[in-house]
Design a protein around this ligand. Structure first.
Ligand SMILES: CC(=O)SCCNC(=O)CCNC(=O)[C@H](O)C(C)(C)COP(=O)(O)OP(=O)(O)OC[C@H]1O[C@@H](n2cnc3c(N)ncnc32)[C@H](O)[C@@H]1OP(=O)(O)O
Length: 212
C-alpha cells in the first residue's frame, strides 16, 4: 500500500498531489481545517477531515504516509511531528529533476521541487521545503523547518537558521554570515549581510522593515 494523505488542500497541496501521483503514490485524500472544504473534492481528491482527524483509526487504516507542503514553517513542522507520533511515515519528496549533490546531508520530511539544485557539503535539517528552480551553494548549513520559494539563489558558506522564510527570487550573498531564526526575506531581495532573528528584510540591498 503506497497510500498517502496531504495536509492542506490549498494550492501547494494540490501541486504536491499531482507530483506524488506522477511517482505512483496514491493520494487518498486531503485533510484541512477549513470546514467549508470538508466533504468536497479538490482536484478530484476528497477532503476527508480536519488535521486532528488523522488520529482516527478509520483514516489511519487507509494511509501509510503524510505529506504537509504548507508554507507556514512552524505549522508544517508541528503537523509533521504530530503525524509521526501517530505512527504515520513522513517521507521526503524530491522531484525527479531536482539535483541534490554528493555529500549533501539532509534530514527528514524534506521537499524539493523541480529544477532546484543543492551543491555538495551543504547540510539541511528536517521539514525543509523549496519550490522550483532554487539553487543552494556549497557549505551552507540550514536548520529545521526552513522554506524557500521559487528562483531563490543562496550563495555558499553561510548559515540559515530554523524557520527562516525566503521569498520568491531572493538572493543571499555568499559568506554573509547568518540568516537568523524565524526571519523573513522579502520577494526579490538581495541580502548582503547577516539578518537578525525574527526580523523582516526587503529590497536591494535588503533593509529591515517592521514586522506585522
Ligand atoms: C510560489 C511560491 O512559493 S509563493 C510564496 C512566496 N511568497 C513570497 O515570496 C512573498 C514574500 N513576501 C513579501 O515579499 C512581502 O512583501 C513582505 C512579507 C516582505 C512584506 O509584506 P508586508 O509586511 O505586508 O509589507 P508591506 O507590503 O506593507 O510593505 C512595507 C514596505 O516594504 C516594501 N516592500 C515590501 N515587500 C518588498 C519587497 N519584496 N521588496 C522591496 N520592498 C518591499 C513596501 O514597498 C513598503 O515600503 P514603504 O513603507 O516604503 O511603502
Amino acid at each position: 500500500m503506497n497510500n498517502a494523505i496531504i495536509i492542506g488542500a490549498g494550492t501547494h497541496g494540490q501541486i504536491y498531489a499531482s507530483y506524488l501521483a506522477e511517482e505512483g503514490i496514491n493520494v487518498i485524500g486531503f485533510v484541512d481545517d477549513n470546514e467549508h472544504l470538508f466533504g468536497q473534492n479538490v482536484i478530484g481528491i476528497p477532503v476527508i477531515g480536519k488535521v486532528k482527524d488523522l488520529a482516527n483509526s478509520n483514516i489511519k487504516s487507509r494511509a501509510r504516509s503524510i505529506y504537509c507542503p504548507i508554507g507556514n514553517n512552524t505549522l508544517r513542522q508541528h503537523y509533521l511531528m504530530d503525524s509521526k507520533k501517530m505512527g504515520y511515515e513522513t517521507p521526503s519528496f524530491f522531484h525527479r529533476t531536482a539535483v541534490i549533490g554528493p555529500d549533501v546531508k539532509m534530514g527528514e520530511a524534506n521537499y524539493v521541487l523541480a529544477g532546484s539544485i543543492i551543491m555538495p557539503h551543504t547540510t539541511i535539517g528536517d521539514f525543509f521545503m523549496i519550490n522550483m528552480s532554487t539553487t543552494i551553494g556549497h557549505h551552507v548549513q540550514i536548520g529545521h523547518g526552513v522554506f524557500m520559494s521559487s528562483g531563490v539563489n543562496v550563495g555558499a558558506n553561510l548559515i540559515i537558521e530554523d524557520h527562516a522564510y525566503i521569498g520568491i527570487g531572493a538572493t543571499i550573498m555568499t559568506g554573509l554570515g547568518t540568516i537568523g531564526k524565524g526571519s523573513l526575506i522579502g520577494a526579490g531581495s538581495v541580502v548582503i549581510k547577516t539578518v537578525a532573528p525574527n526580523t523582516v528584510v526587503v529590497g536591494n540591498p535588503a533593509r529591515e522593515i517592521p514586522k506585522k
